[in-house]
Write a protein that binds this ligand. Structure first.
Ligand code: FES
Ligand SMILES: [Fe+2]
Length: 413
């Protein structure tokens, strides 16, 4: 079965919402000793902390002649001084000093953006400041919970942020991109289900009574020395608008009740991912791998971080190559398969959010209508094995018919 786009198809360069919290940096990256320059959602920022530790996000361009404030210096308790002619600004962005004259021009202000520290990250809001409610920060509590341990890194990904979301919403790619660590053929052969609410999408996949791939066998032996045998494996991918994906992953000794809810005979991790667009073709991809066993082992934390670093390096290479191919084929339309069901819901939510911001025309291509052709065989044949293989079920999976409704929309692939 194949899914064929009719008329226009899936946007390959999706623009980003502005009324959203994006991670600007890890907590340790922003200090009172220096200024961090980073562009988030197209906006160059100068990021620093006051002497009492409060984070500040200012536009990285001086009111006077647009010199980058990030190349300036921190002065006093909480101010930043322009490197060019010495204008000083407070955390609200108001100019407090002009060395060459005594009278301050009251219009001398640079934009200051809401910034919140949570879950080991600094989150910035670059849209309408009256909407900047910290309650809208996606839940990533495992990052600073006493019940979870782990660490992560940042990938500077040279691609549209949507390509990373696609990558994480469909993990069948592990079989091909990560064959030496977490990939196995059961990934694309097994059934999965997609549900959603207004601001989130969940893709659930269980693989029962399978051989553990190398990454998971090692983790099982970290907790259960000498473990061998079959496992039940799960991947529960949870997307939160606009660009955070936390994945509940793990394996347990086969048949010990993990599927029914008892994970005590297994190992459980959370892959925490949040992607902050930089420009149309680049993004900051913040990730961490958290676990809930052997919490005090720094060795395991380091091994897991290094292991996932290697796995995600494979994704990074693929995403870079994919973006280059997209740029070399600017008029080519994406096709969609059953495995894209989760990613298609994500795109729909982003397009709805962009439309609500009045920026719905920003994407160069828009998802409009799709139709299914053919049945059985074809490129998607293995993806539908053991699952709902009918064209109608596939259509429901691959094609969100409308803006996400309140009721869950199960899908299989
Ligand atoms: S450009 Fe900043 S003080 Fe002149
Ligand atoms: Fe991957």
């Amino acid at each position: 079965m194949t899914v064929e786009a009719s008329s226009t198809s899936t946007a390959k360069l999706l623009t980003y919402p502005l009324n959203a919290w994006y991670v600007a940096a890890w907590d340790y990256e922003i200090t009172a000793k220096g200024i961090l320059a980073r562009t988030i959602a197209g906006r160059p920022l100068a990021l620093y902390r006051t002497q009492d530790g409060r984070p500040v996000a200012l536009a990285d361009a001086c009111w006077h002649r647009l010199a980058p404030l990030s190349q300036g210096t921190l002065v006093g308790n909480d101010e930043i001084q322009c490197p060019y002619h010495g204008l000083r600004y407070n955390p609200a962005g108001r100019c407090t000093g002009m060395p060459a004259q005594e009278t301050l021009n009251p219009s001398a202000v640079v934009p200051s953006f809401p910034i919140v520290e949570r879950y080991r990250y600094l989150w910035v809001w670059l849209g309408d400041p009256t909407l900047a409610d910290p309650a809208r920060i996606p839940d990533m509590h495992q990052l600073d919970s006493a019940e979870w341990a782990g660490d992560g890194e940042t990938i500077y990904a040279p691609c549209n942020y949507q390509l990373v979301l696609d990558n994480l919403m469909d993990l069948t790619h592990e079989e091909f991109v990560h064959s030496s660590s977490i990939g196995q053929e059961e990934l694309s052969e097994s059934e999965f289900f997609v549900t959603h609410d207004e601001h989130s999408v969940t893709v659930t996949r269980w693989m029962l009574n399978i051989d553990p791939p190398p990454f998971w066998l090692k983790n099982m032996r970290d907790k259960f020395p000498g473990f061998s045998g079959k496992v039940d494996r799960w991947q529960i991918i949870h997307y939160s608008y606009p660009s955070t994906i936390c994945i509940d992953v793990g394996v347990a000794a086969a048949g010990t009740g993990a599927y029914e809810g008892d994970r005590s005979q297994g190992v459980n991790g959370y892959v925490m991912n949040t992607i902050s667009p930089e420009q149309d073709r680049s993004c900051h991809y913040f990730w961490a791998f958290m676990r809930n066993y052997r919490l005090d082992s720094q060795v395991i934390t380091t091994q897991l971080r290094n292991g996932v670093h290697g796995v995600f390096g494979e994704d990074e290479a693929m995403l870079k190559a994919q973006q280059e191919a997209i740029d070399a084929n600017p008029d080519y339309e994406f096709y969609n398969l059953n495995i894209d069901a989760g990613g298609m819901w994500v795109r729909r939510m982003l397009e709805r959010g962009l439309a609500a911001e009045g920026r719905g025309d920003a994407p160069p291509q828009r998802a409009k209508e799709y139709r299914l052709t053919g049945s059985g065989g074809g490129a998607a044949g293995s993806a539908s094995a053991g699952a709902a293989g009918s064209a109608s079920a596939g259509a429901a999976a691959a094609v969100p018919a409308a803006v996400p409704a309140a009721a869950p929309a199960p899908a299989a692939g």
